[in-house]
Design a protein around this ligand. Structure first.
Ligand code: GLC
Length: 652
């Protein structure tokens, strides 16, 4: 019997065992499984082909997929079919997201419903609820050190509260994004506890060694993620007298995916989230999930195979749930998370556009677009059907992770340029209005990332400290320009809560021992609803930023061409201070242009005539005015940090 027949028989026997009906009720599932099983098996054997128990382990994995489908609520199955019928539903210009910590935003999950009008009014219809599952109070890494993947932490409420909220959100046609932390568990997770007590079965769930022999080999090529607060990649466990791999904090134990049971257990967890109704699952730190001595232990081919396998399994059992790979790595490496070669478009549906995010900050500091433009040939390679999370800030630091050659090609010295950026954002450069801090400085490599809120990095905090109305106005202009740049670029905009009303840095984390080793807490505000109420006070800072953000989102929702359909072209560098892109779909053409410098800038109208069209007049959606297009040698002007959203209008 050939492999195809064996697989067909296997499918038939699973349908029987799970009491599913391949001819009627479960026909769509049957078709998806039949179509995907070969590839699922190939991916699985690529990973575990040498494992003595591979066949049995694969059967268990398949059973996990069937069980997930069987347990999926009918309402979610209907939602799956609706989304499949829409095609890549998540590329739409109508979506707008926000990331927030439930406890810091409103206390409990049960309070969220009463806060939804605020979010809806802003235009948000996609909510990323930051990690909610149980994690030890003092050692939680903001919830990314999970001690129970299925129990909502008491801090937020209960699983029922979460299910209720998700139901309400779906009724309001809002989508939900949750995290799965695949790479590690808290050292207080049941598996880790059992491993500590000497249970061999669970010791195999982690990377554990009796002596430094192998850890030392790993360390030779592994970079450090948190060199200041958690140097090295291994931690000594007194309890079991072993070295444990801990790439992030010492209390986050890396899971060992060489053990197929780890993959099956985590896939089961992933389906637990899928069946709660998650629309977009954020896979935390996927770059790290496979380890190999002699490598950086990031972006390894097996990590991609695991993600492709997950995608295939999800496509079978819960196809309405899209996947976001949180890979904050070099530009070319990020692109690999969309799948390469035969697997193109079959890995993650989304990745963070971390490169463009960091380059926006680069442009803001340098006032120039040259480095940013060097990155575009790579970013343009994103396959059709996949998308970006487009953002200016998130809960993490800003890493300046784009390549040195991009900086060099822009005519700058990479070392000096990065030093300039670090000094600019920490306010050390003369004239810099930014108030940020360096995160995870590594004296050995000179690397550092940047913490600070959008508003503080744009100068609002300093303007308030110095009571400087001119700088204050400019900082608000910069905040809106940064948001506009990411909202219109293509991808799902993800606002970080608080940025919509200009939160400046919160320094209270310094006196909290559970947070003071991690300055990312300075940009994770404790939301003050009194401050939020100021959006109704005409002219207040909050009202200006909120109304501007709201208007940007509403413009975005009107313009289909802003959806992410591989439909972006960059305008040439006619003026290195002006970034501009053209978004087109069918007959709709929109130029979005930004002056990243502190001076008035101009470029000739010819810049608008290079893309196979000669526009005669433009409608500026931001300023709501018609702008006649000038002659080639005449000039188009932008004030400092001004931006425009210009739709090409018909000739008459
Ligand atoms: C991701 C999270 C970050 C966390 C890390 C370890 O990068 O975004 O906040 O510290 O993973 O889980």
């Amino acid at each position: 019997m050939g492999n195809q027949e064996v697989l067909a028989q296997k499918i038939a026997s699973y349908f029987e065992a799970f009491e599913l009906n391949a001819r009627s009720g479960d026909r769509d599932f049957f078709l998806r499984v039949t179509e995907g099983i070969d590839s699922l098996q190939t991916l699985y054997f690529n990973l575990y082909g040498d494992h003595p128990d591979r066949a049995n382990q694969f059967d268990q994995l398949l059973a996990t997929v069937f069980q997930a489908y069987q347990q999926r609520a009918d309402t979610l199955k209907d939602r799956d079919l609706e989304k499949l019928a829409q095609g890549n539903w998540f590329l739409s210009n109508k979506l707008a997201g926000m990331s927030l910590y439930v406890d810091r935003f409103c206390g409990k999950l049960s309070e969220m419903e009463s806060k939804l009008p605020y979010l809806e009014d802003l235009g948000i219809n996609f909510l990323h609820l930051m990690p909610l599952f149980e994690s030890p109070e003092g050692e939680s890494d903001g919830g990314y050190a999970v001690s129970d993947f299925r129990k909502v932490s008491k801090r937020f409420g209960s699983l029922e509260d979460l299910a209720k909220l998700m139901h309400t959100l779906h009724l309001k046609e809002m989508n939900v994004m949750l995290d799965i932390v695949l790479n590690h568990t808290s050292d207080r997770h049941e598996w880790a506890k059992k491993a500590k007590s000497g249970d061999k079965h669970y010791q195999d769930y982690f990377y554990m060694y009796d002596n430094r022999w192998i850890p030392n080999q790993f360390e030779e090529s592994m970079p450090e993620i948190f060199p200041e607060s958690s140097p090295g990649n291994f931690t000594w466990s007194e309890e079991c007298q072993k070295w444990v791999m801990t790439v992030f904090h010492s209390y986050q134990w890396d899971l060992n995916y060489r053990n197929p049971q780890v993959l099956r257990e985590m896939l089961d967890t992933l389906f637990f989230y899928a069946n709660l109704g998650v629309d977009l699952l954020r896979i935390d730190a996927p770059a790290f999930i496979w380890k190999q001595t002699g490598t950086s232990c990031q972006n390894l081919p097996q990590a991609h195979t695991i993600l492709q396998l997950i995608k295939q399994a999800v496509h079978m059992a819960s196809p309405g749930m899209a996947l976001l790979g949180e890979a904050i790595v070099a530009p070319a490496d990020i692109m690999a998370y969309f799948g390469r070669g035969e697997q193109q478009g079959k890995e993650c549906d989304f990745a963070y556009n971390a490169t463009q995010m960091a380059l926006q900050w680069d442009m803001l500091a340098s006032g120039e677009t040259k480095v940013m433009l060097q990155a575009q040939p790579i970013l343009d390679q994103k396959p059709f059907g996949c998308s970006w999370i487009a953002y200016t800030r998130c809960h993490d630091d800003i890493g300046l992770g784009y390549d040195d050659y991009m900086i060099a090609q822009a005519g700058k010295d990479p070392y000096l340029h990065r030093r300039f950026l670090k000094e600019y954002f920490t306010g050390k450069t003369l004239g810099s209005p930014a108030k940020g801090a360096l995160f995870s400085s590594n004296p050995k490599t000179g690397d550092a990332r940047i913490s600070g809120t959008l508003a503080s990095l744009c100068g609002l905090e300093k303007a308030l400290d110095e009571n400087d109305p001119g700088q204050l106005e400019l900082s608000i202009q910069k905040i809106l320009m940064m948001q506009a740049h990411s909202f219109f670029l293509g991808g799902l905009p993800m606002i970080f809560y608080g940025d919509e009303i200009g939160y400046t840095n919160d320094y209270s984390y310094r006196s909290d021992p559970a947070k003071n080793y991690d300055n990312r807490w300075m940009h994770r505000p404790l939301f003050d609803w009194g401050k939020a109420a100021k959006i109704h006070e005409f002219g207040s800072i909050e009202a200006q930023i909120y109304a501007g953000t709201q208007r940007l989102l509403s413009i975005r929702k009107k313009l289909a061409a802003v959806g992410d359909y591989k439909n972006i072209s960059w305008m040439g560098p006619h003026n290195i201070h002006i970034a501009g892109y053209l978004r087109s779909l069918g007959p709709q053409r929109i130029f979005v242009v930004f002056n990243f410098s502190s001076q008035f800038q101009s470029m000739t109208w010819y810049a608008f005539k290079e893309h196979g069209l000669i526009p005669h007049q433009l409608w500026d959606h931001w300023n709501e005015e018609i702008i006649p297009v000038g002659l080639d040698h005449e000039y188009f002007h932008l004030a400092p940090y001004e931006f425009r959203i210009l739709e090409v209008m018909p000739k008459d």
